[in-house]
Write a protein that binds this ligand. Sequence first.
Ligand code: FCB
Length: 455
Amino acid sequence: MSTRPEPAVPSSSSSPAFPDDFIWGAATSSFQIEGSPHADGKSASIWDTFCREPGRIADGSNGDDACDHYVRYTEDVSLMRQLRLAAYRFSVAWTRVKPDGRGPTNEAGLDFYDRLVDRLLAAGITPYPTLYHWDLPQALSDGGGWLNRDTAHAFADYAAAVLDRLGDRVSTWTTLNEPFVSANHGYVTGEHAPGHTSMAEGFTASHHLLLAHGLAGARIRRLAPDARLAIVLNFTPVQPATDSDEDTAAAGRVDDLENRWYADPLAGFGYPDTTADHYGWDRAEVHDGDLALISAPIDLLGVNYYTRQIISAADGARVPDGAPCNTMGWEVHPPSLGALLRTLRDRYPFRSYLITENGAPMPDAARTDDGRIADDDRLAYIRDHLLQVHDAIADDCPVEGYLVWSLFDNFEWAHGYGPRFGIVEVDYATQRRTPKKSALWYADTIAHNRLAPTS
Ligand code: FCB
């Protein structure tokens, strides 16, 4: 770790202030940062396997080292403290806790999260653990993974084991991260582990994921009645390319599949019927009582937002000509975050929202005179999205905080280590952490609870 952030420069009083209790933080996930794939009894996850299949990961890399966070977590928590983070969202690796996916708990694996939570609390940082951020035990995938209803029950048992150890110190439990991506990228497009390509499997996986949330949620309520229950969904607002009937219908289907498929059943509205019928999903996996379990009230909805989509019936998703993009080709469009938050406010009964991921991979080429990374484009991305959050709150959207994705440069799934999302640079050869300009600006913003000057 390098230098401390500069002493905060008094911010202009004209920059908007956030509510006094606004939560400022950062997010990561287990597979993307931990490394140590065999430590203390950990077993292989579907991502360990997937990375070893030729051609799956753009740079041929894997999660074996990643950010070496499993070893360096103490230093990492100190860095979080220096950056003034009040909240840290991480995920627990199921493979560390139950190496066979089910059955005996591996106490040595839980020890890591026990130590991490204690460190965070000692540093004044609230832990926001997510129980599943895509790293399914390979042993469960061998038995059908999310195509097998039993996986949902195994998840609830695993959740109970984690709560048994950490429940006395965690106040918000998040079940799943982005079940859309688990089901769609994992079972429909094959871009993610386990790499299947079947629309029908996608529907099956989606329901079993939501069932896992429902079953685990019920256990969490019983084991930790005072804790808050949350799930994290990704939202990609959709606009039709033209107002033609074809484009409007195509955009509606994408909106249903990506944005409403999970939020609607969680809110008690059931699956989007027209789109389910359009794709011929017979809902055979949906047993009596499932939708009631899934729609048991949550306390908090985590919102991950990165970009919007313009949909045409002929060409699918496209980025408008000349639109600003990040290094992964995703359009940078802050107003869609504000619009999304208003749509959520109007459409759903959820009590509270937390921005659980927002950020951008940028080239990070520019350096300041003293050699620091001058990631002005990432800084502007974060600032412009925070402005949208600020205005949405003023417009009665109950958003309680913002967690930037990501604290560190890390393993970006099928893209490997190429895209850099971190506000902190990680030199993978030395594991040296260096806060980028955006991190120092973020610390300054947190210190004043209002957007800091940008230069
Ligand atoms: C989200 C994932 C997260 C990260 C970002 C860029 O979909 O939850 O792990 O990869 O995208």
